[in-house]
Structures are given as C-alpha cells and as structure tokens.
Design a protein around this ligand. Sequence first.
Ligand code: HEC
Ligand code: HEC
Length: 276
Amino acid sequence: MISGRFLIVLAIAAAGAATAQDDNVLVVEGAQLVTETRAPAHIEHVGTIYSGWRFRSGETQVLQTDDFENPAMIFVDQAMDLWDKVDGEAGKACASCHENVAQFAGLRTRLPRVKNGELVTMENLINACRTGRMKAVPWKWSEGKMTAMTALIGLQSRGMPINVAIDGPAASFWEKGREIYYTPVGQLQMACANCHEDNYGLMIRADHLSQGQSNGFPTYRLKNAKLNSIHGRFRGCMKNIRAIPYKEGSDEFKALELYLASRGQGLSVETPSVRN
Ligand code: HEC
Ligand code: HEC
C-alpha cells in the first residue's frame, strides 16, 4: 500500500516540468464565461481559481464552445421530452406545474442549500417533486433521466457565477465538507486537497490535474460517453485512491458538494461541460 502511494507521488514528480493550465478564453454560443478569478476569502491556500475546462486539451475544449458540437446536448434534448411527460399516480408532468424550465435560471448557482434544516441538492429538489407532487418513483442519483434533468435545469444558469451560501444554517454543513476535503483516506492515505490543491497544473499519469471544481456538472465525459453527476465523480476519485467511497446522495457527499461549490465561488456555471 505504501508503494501505491509512492507510485502516484512519483508520477506527479516525474511530470514536474509540466505547464500550468492554458490561458484560453471560453466563449459559449457567443458569450464569454469566467474560467479564472480570484479565490474567495474563505479558501486558504489558493490565490486564483480555475475551471477544469482550462486544463483540458484543445480538442476537448472546443466541444464545449458550440451547442451543436457539445455531445451533452443530446441528453438535454431528452430532458426536454421528460419535462412534458406525464408520470406517476397524480397524472402530472413537470410542465403541469412549472410553466417553463427557464424559471429555474439562477437555481444551479445556489445549490446545494439548506431547506428546512437539511442540505438539499438539485437531485433532492427534483425527486421531492417526483415523489411528493407527482406520486412517481424517485430517480436514482446518477441514472440517465436524473443527469439529463439536472443538465437541463443547470443549463438555465449557464454563464452565471456560482454563489452558494456558506454562513448561517449552512455553516455546519460547510465545515463538515471542508473536513472531508482535507482528510486523508484510503490505502493511499490521500485527501482531495493533495491532488486538487497541492498539485493542480501537473500531470498525473496521462491526465492534466485540475482544481477539481464542480461548476461544469453534470459533465459529459468522453471516457464513458454520458453525463456524470458530481457525486459520481467524487466516487471515482475516492476509488482511485483506493478508499471506500461514500454513497451518492449521502450526507458526506452533499456536504463535500457544498464545500467544493464554495471553492468555485465566482466561476461561471458551465453546465453541461465536456471533460475527458
Ligand atoms: C404538482 C405540481 C408540480 C409538479 C408536477 C412538479 N413540480 Fe417542481 N415544484 C412544485 C412546487 C409547488 C415547488 C415549490 C416551489 C417553491 O418552493 O417555491 C416545486 C419546486 C421545484 C424545484 C425547486 C425550485 C427552487 O427554487 O427551489 C425544482 C428544481 C423542481 N420543482 C423541478 C421539477 C421537475 C424537474 C419536475 C418534473 C420531474 C417537477 N418539478 C414537477 C410543483 C411541481
Ligand atoms: C490522486 C489524485 C486525486 C485525488 C486525491 C482526488 N482527485 Fe479528483 N480528480 C483527479 C484527476 C486526475 C481528475 C481528472 C482531471 C482533472 O480534472 O483534474 C479529477 C477530477 C475531479 C473533478 C472533476 C473536475 C472537472 O472540472 O470536471 C472533481 C469535481 C474532483 N476530481 C473532485 C475530487 C474530490 C472531491 C476529491 C476528494 C474526495 C478528489 N477529487 C480526490 C485526481 C484526484
């Protein structure tokens, strides 16, 4: 197990000469997005924050600049069909109650947030309508219908700055997320911070390490050719360091999601983004 960690450290060290993120400008459908800005005051060890888009290759980057090229848009189209589809015992569709999905502009920038003492994510809000108001079965956290709908609703906020609340009732959740971010776990005894704070900009094996920002989620990954939820990505990173991941939708991942969003305060929502 020591040697596993050693190998990763070596892989990082060997790539020590690698360059930092590029300085490309992200323009999507004619509008410029913020992919670099000053770190918010509550982030200790980083002066500037960067979107993960800045660390991708030119071929991957360009896919996100044009909605006809963006492979995630197929799923957004599927979500528009789901929006109008009656489901569940109450005989309702999303469209029966919500006039237009555009009414959700800005929502993605403020999530997760505290509601009735609980930390809720986009997935929670959607499923609350499905179970409570439609009498339909909840969607699973990372199933295709859920990631398609979170992409459609998130897209309404594209270009708007991430702006989650971390004080008041959110403070204890934020603290918990922060602790998870900095706690070494798994056989390799690594924390999120070891890669995404200490070593961003370097190469890890064949991958250009970013700050692990969440502003692009759900994200279309070329690797698995589908939309990926934020919690799905957390699981993947935890598995890579040979830790037992928390469950999608768990209190731990929701707290981590809030903390991570707060590290990206001011970056534009890129939903749905494209990554490798
Ligand atoms: C029977 C009516 C009804 C149906 C059907 C319905 N909703 Fe809702 N939805 C509501 C109401 C009422 C609220 C609460 C609004 C509020 O709190 O301001 C809500 C809240 C939401 C929110 C949170 C908005 C916010 O600002 O916090 C989201 C997201 C949402 N609905 C998505 C959906 C989706 C997606 C569907 C279909 C899968 C759906 N809803 C189906 C009535 C409905
Ligand atoms: C061993 C190094 C390593 C550790 C530790 C690690 N990750 Fe990652 N992570 C990666 C790599 C490699 C990628 C893919 C390239 C990139 O975007 O950085 C990635 C990607 C991500 C992304 C996607 C970024 C984007 O723009 O799409 C997020 C979010 C993320 N990680 C969060 C986390 C969290 C939260 C933790 C702690 C639970 C964590 N990571 C731990 C290596 C790591």
